[in-house]
Design a protein around this ligand. Structure first.
Ligand code: ADP
Length: 258
């Protein structure tokens, strides 16, 4: 790459063709750059849990230990192992949304959000978070059922992860003329304004050490953004440090005439 064509004569059809080819070369170059960046990010992120796994095995092999010590070391290994599996699963979802063709069917959003609320009820109750779902109309939109569920469950999962016991979360659905807005609000730790755009980047974590405790690798929100994009929608964040965050997902109701 880096090669660009120069037309022999200006103002000709050949010049237009050259411009088009150069534009395509630019896009190809951009795509290659992104692939290289992505591969290098993935390798870097996988190296940390793999190194922890290796270190754990080396410690076990170094000398004879008590059964309790072996148990503790094996449990730590299992946690690192789970992180790798979670990351690979997230990467597969990212690839799927990157390459997905639009095959949309009717999605009953009210039903989906109620199911989501119920699925997370045990976790919110255990963590003593007051999670509510606002009164909502029946709304059906064109979409991919599994991917939309993934989008909202990532957002709810984050809201729970970043909200302390005693806090609250609210799920709501707003019906506008041609689109809907799903919002998931929490009274958690909040995100500084500087980071509002960055949190949707792959592998970005506001505080890497804190996120490591919560088991995240920084892929959840980039998956959400990909899924919203695939539905020709958008995802926005409103958040204040120490007060909480609201993630708003706007989705068109229909994809016909688009
Ligand atoms: P992770 O797996 O680390 O949670 P995400 O892509 O889902 O990755 O989120 C990126 C970062 O955005 C998180 O590491 C966290 O710092 C921040 N974040 C996401 N959701 C929230 C939230 N509801 N409240 C506060 N911070 C959040």
């Amino acid at each position: 790459l880096h090669t660009r064509l120069k037309p022999a004569h200006t103002g000709s059809e050949l010049e237009e063709l050259t411009d088009t080819i150069n534009l395509m070369l630019d896009r190809l170059e951009d795509a290659f750059r992104k692939i290289i960046q992505f591969t290098s990010d993935v390798s870097h992120e996988l190296r940390t849990p793999l190194a922890a796994l290796k270190a754990g095995i080396e410690v076990m092999l170094a000398k004879q230990r008590t059964p309790e010590e072996y148990c503790e070391l094996l449990e730590n290994n299992l946690i690192e192992h789970e992180k790798i599996i979670n990351m690979i699963n997230d990467l597969l979802v990212l690839l799927k949304t990157d390459a997905a063709k639009q095959e949309f069917y009717d999605v009953d959003l009210k039903k989906m959000l109620c199911e989501l609320y119920t699925a997370f009820q045990v976790i919110t109750e255990t963590k003593k978070i007051d999670c509510t779902i606002s009164k909502m109309e029946n709304i059906t939109i064109d979409g991919d059922q599994k991917l939309l569920y993934r989008l909202f469950s990532n957002l709810l999962d984050n809201a729970i992860k970043y909200t302390s016991p005693g806090g609250n979360i609210c799920i709501s659905l707003k019906d506008l003329e041609n689109e809907v807005i799903v919002s998931i609000r929490d009274s958690g730790i909040g995100i500084s304004e500087n980071d509002h755009n960055k949190i949707f980047d792959r592998f970005f974590r506001v505080d890497a050490s804190r996120s490591r405790d919560t088991g995240g690798v920084g892929l959840g929100l980039s998956i959400c953004k990909n899924i919203a994009d695939l539905h020709k929608g958008k995802i926005e964040v409103k958040s204040t440090i120490g007060k909480g965050s609201a993630f708003l997902v706007t989705l068109p109701k229909s994809h016909f005439n688009r």
